[in-house]
Write a new protein. Structure first.
Length: 340
């Protein structure tokens, strides 16, 4: 008999969201993700799975989303639960691994849907902005430029939102904790007299077992102060210290900056620690353990490192084409198509 725990994991991995934003994986899709996870960990040949799938690639990112959607292997709920149970018995952290992988996969499906459905803006939305550039070029060119940039702006905002929803919980789970909202936070804001208030501070990752509050950043640049948020960031370690919680700053980008020096000094002065660049990745892998560290190395680190490793001193020419059923982005000998 399958345990309630395994049933809950099945439900959690299979679906997310509600109403029009809901993403529900088919049993075949979820089973394929489980097989990919087993393959990642080198467990595929250990008879933990009930059905065999020929994966098109050992690299998840090289497998088209359409492949998952067209699978016809007839995986049942029983197949999935038996495989989950066997894999969990092999390693307890497999549950966290497949939870993170399915969360990533669902968000990628959702974002593809956003790309396919994000409507072209209307002139009513952007018309007054023409006052800033009218007369500088042909009006038809200006109208097209305004439309494209508004659509791209909307898409980029959605990308940032969706990335935050998936990235922060995954990193938190790899560190052995979870994000905490301001409402439920044990870290409280401190007033000008240095006294704690009842207002909480959002925490990127709180690990109750070790009483650590992580602030996780891709990078620290001068942009933070430009947005008027740097004072907020500087106050966080002090407020952690006031709450009796150790603040730890985790910065994935190795690039030094004056702002990072100032922020890291504040964390250290408040009894905290800084992990940056390679040290940050190693710290996450150490905290995540043998199984989940594989997830970091396969899904998080390579994607971020490869893109950040591309230094664009000048931008290459790309062409954007809006057709009836697709948007085509082409340049540098490559093409990316978004189906509409």
């Amino acid at each position: 008999m399958t345990s309630l725990f395994i049933r809950n994991i099945y439900t959690k991995c299979k679906m997310h969201g509600g109403r029009d934003a809901q993403v529900i994986l088919t049993d075949d899709e979820l089973y394929a993700l489980i097989v990919i996870a087993l393959n990642d960990l080198g467990w595929l040949d250990e008879n933990l799975h009930t059905k065999t799938i020929q994966l098109p690639s050992n690299d998840y990112y090289a497998i088209a989303l359409e492949w998952f959607e067209t699978l016809k292997i007839g995986a049942s709920v029983t197949d999935i639960m038996k495989t989950l149970d066997s894999a969990k018995n092999k390693g307890e952290d497999f549950v966290l691994y497949i939870d993170n992988l399915s969360a990533l996969h669902r968000r990628r499906i959702k974002y593809r849907r956003i790309l396919s459905m994000q409507s072209m803006p209307t002139m009513d939305q952007i018309g007054p902005r023409v006052l800033l550039e009218f007369g500088t070029c042909n009006s038809s060119l200006l109208a097209n430029w305004m439309m494209w940039r508004k659509w791209i702006y909307d898409i980029d905002n959605r990308a940032a939102q969706e990335t935050g929803y998936v990235f922060e919980p995954i990193i938190a789970s790899c560190l052995g904790g979870e994000p905490v909202s301001a409402r439920n936070s044990p870290v409280k804001r401190v007033d000008k007299d240095g006294s704690q208030t009842t207002n909480g501070r959002q925490i990127d990752c709180y690990v109750p077992s070790s009483n650590i509050a992580y602030e996780v950043k891709l990078r620290v640049t001068i942009a933070a102060s430009g947005q008027g948020r740097f004072g907020e960031e500087l106050s966080f370690p002090f407020e952690c210290q006031a709450a009796g919680i150790k603040p730890v700053l985790l910065v994935l980008d190795p690039t030094p900056s004056n702002r990072l020096d100032e922020l890291s000094k504040k964390f250290i002065d408040c009894g905290g620690e800084l992990y940056q660049g390679e040290d940050a990745w190693l710290h996450m892998e150490e905290k995540s353990g043998e199984v989940v560290s594989v997830f970091i190395e396969k899904y998080i680190r390579p994607a971020i490192s490869e893109i950040e490793g591309i230094h664009l001193a000048t931008l290459e020419q790309i062409t954007l084409t809006w057709e009836e059923q697709k948007i085509i982005i082409s340049g540098a000998g490559a093409t990316y198509q978004i189906k509409r």
